[in-house]
Design a protein around this ligand. Structure first.
Ligand SMILES: Cc1cc2nc3c(=O)[nH]c(=O)nc-3n(C[C@H](O)[C@H](O)[C@H](O)COP(=O)(O)OP(=O)(O)OC[C@H]3O[C@@H](n4cnc5c(N)ncnc54)[C@H](O)[C@@H]3O)c2cc1C
Length: 400
């Protein structure tokens, strides 16, 4: 009997986990099923580029996983039953339902946009957190005449990247950014200074201390009563995880992230692992890891290595998960690479300008390449699964 591993979601973390498991475990011993609604890999960190009208390199999973043994199941997950160990999926194009049974589950469904419950957001705002959302925004921007106002709400990494990308691609539009605090207030002096320079050069109006409390078809309103014209509103105030995990008996946080231990294993259900945006793991200095590729990909390495080790009855390795930098693209020609401490606080040093833009481009290319090459630089010896009864498995795990 083969051990059935089912991986939900083929974003950065699910795809990396599936590919790494396939290279760690002997093919005769396991089946690895990767469930995703789309047949190609979406470079989520570039969705603002799609919104600004650029086309990305297609990355079909069929090519990425050719010969690895990972079986892609094109389907939408609608429910998970962690007590009966089954996942309910529907075909992307129809209502047919199917149940997939698993022995080990890797939950990597990522996140979507977070409208924060602000009135009018769901009806009027656009987002760049999913490909359909980015394509919708791209179509809408294409209909705007010169001079029309676009407001990006959210002064975090996604908001900065979206506002600058749109302003660079469409210098004829009147682009504004509404930030809750001051522009780039978490960056170093150098990083902040450069950001301000680029934003000025691109003609972006920045509204600071602007907590948006309502979105209408032609404006947004802030808590202190400002009314900012907005023919298009782009909402980037953070991500929210999908509600599927909350509907299970898994232990989840208030934000519905699955609580995991340092090996990315659910603290309530040992046969479930969670990685990426969908998981709540503790990082350096006991701080929760941020929703990001930067920490999500090492989370996926850790989960895959822990699953492989536990199945093979060997010592569970420890993958170091820490931050090094925040790479912010500011259009295609400018950027800021803010170097950070292990727990993600800005250091004094930053790269800026064209070098930073190039650095960020290499990071994005590297992240996509890493999905297809998840064991690069490490031995990828395939281990045999050791058959154990529940008691001896528990003893082996306690010893490891
Ligand atoms: C515009 C933008 C720029 C960003 N820039 C950066 C950056 O520079 N650096 C950085 O570290 N992070 C960045 N991020 C954040 C980063 O993209 C996410 O943290 C990362 O993608 C999380 O990876 P994941 O695998 O958890 O989720 P995702 O990449 O979101 O993947 C989830 C996968 O699950 C699939 N899925 C979802 N629901 C279902 C379902 N019901 N059934 C089946 N499949 C489903 C999705 O289709 C997707 O393939 C950015 C995000 C955005 C939106």
């Amino acid at each position: 009997m083969q051990h059935r591993i089912v991986v939900l979601g083929a974003g950065y973390t699910g795809a990396v986990a599936a590919g790494r498991l396939a290279r760690r475990l002997h093919r005769a011993d396991v089946t690895i099923t990767l469930v995703n609604p789309e047949p190609d890999f979406v470079e989520r960190v570039r969705l603002h580029q799609i919104a600004a009208g650029q086309d990305l390199t297609p990355r079909p999973f069929g090519e990425m996983f050719a010969g690895t043994g990972v079986e892609l199941k094109l389907a939408q997950v609608t429910a998970v039953d962690v007590d009966s160990r089954t996942v309910t999926v529907t075909a992307p194009s129809g209502p047919e339902r199917e149940e997939l049974a698993y022995d080990t589950l890797v939950y990597a469904l990522g996140s979507g946009w977070n409208d924060g419950g602000v009135p009018g957001t769901a009806e009027h705002a656009h987002d760049v957190s999913s490909r359909p959302g980015a394509l919708r925004l791209r179509d809408r921007l294409a209909t705007l005449d010169a001079g029309r106002p676009v407001v990006v709400v959210g002064g975090g990494l996604t908001g900065l990247e979206a506002a600058t990308e749109i302003a660079e691609a469409r210098p004829d539009l009147d682009v504004a950014l509404a930030a809750r605090g001051a522009l780039g207030d978490w960056l170093s002096h150098k990083g902040r200074g450069h950001l301000q320079k680029v934003v000025d050069k691109l003609g972006i109006t920045v509204h600071e201390s602007a907590a948006v409390t309502a979105v209408e078809a032609d404006r947004v309103t802030t808590a202190d009563g400002r009314s900012i014209p907005a023919e298009v509103t782009v909402w980037t105030t953070g991500f929210a995880v999908h509600p599927i995990a909350r509907a299970t008996t898994l232990e989840v946080t208030e934000r519905s992230q699955i609580v995991v231990d340092s090996t990315m294993r659910s603290v309530s259900h040992p046969d479930v692992y969670a990685v990426g945006d969908a998981a709540m793991a503790i990082g350096p200095n006991d701080k929760p890891l941020r929703m990001s590729c930067a920490s999500g990909v090492p989370m996926a390495w850790q989960a895959a290595d822990a699953i492989a080790a536990r199945l093979a009855g060997t010592k569970v390795p420890h993958v170091s998960i820490r931050y090094f930098q925040q790479c912010i693209s500011l259009g295609r020609k400018e950027g800021v690479v803010q170097f950070v401490t292990a727990d993600d606080r800005a250091k004094d040093s930053a790269l800026t300008g064209r070098v930073a833009a190039l650095y960020k481009e290499l990071i994005c290319k590297g992240a996509a390449w890493g999905v297809a090459n998840p064991t690069v630089g490490m031995p990828s010896r395939r281990r045999r699964v050791v058959r154990q009864d529940a008691r001896s498995r528990a003893q082996a795990e306690a010893a490891a």
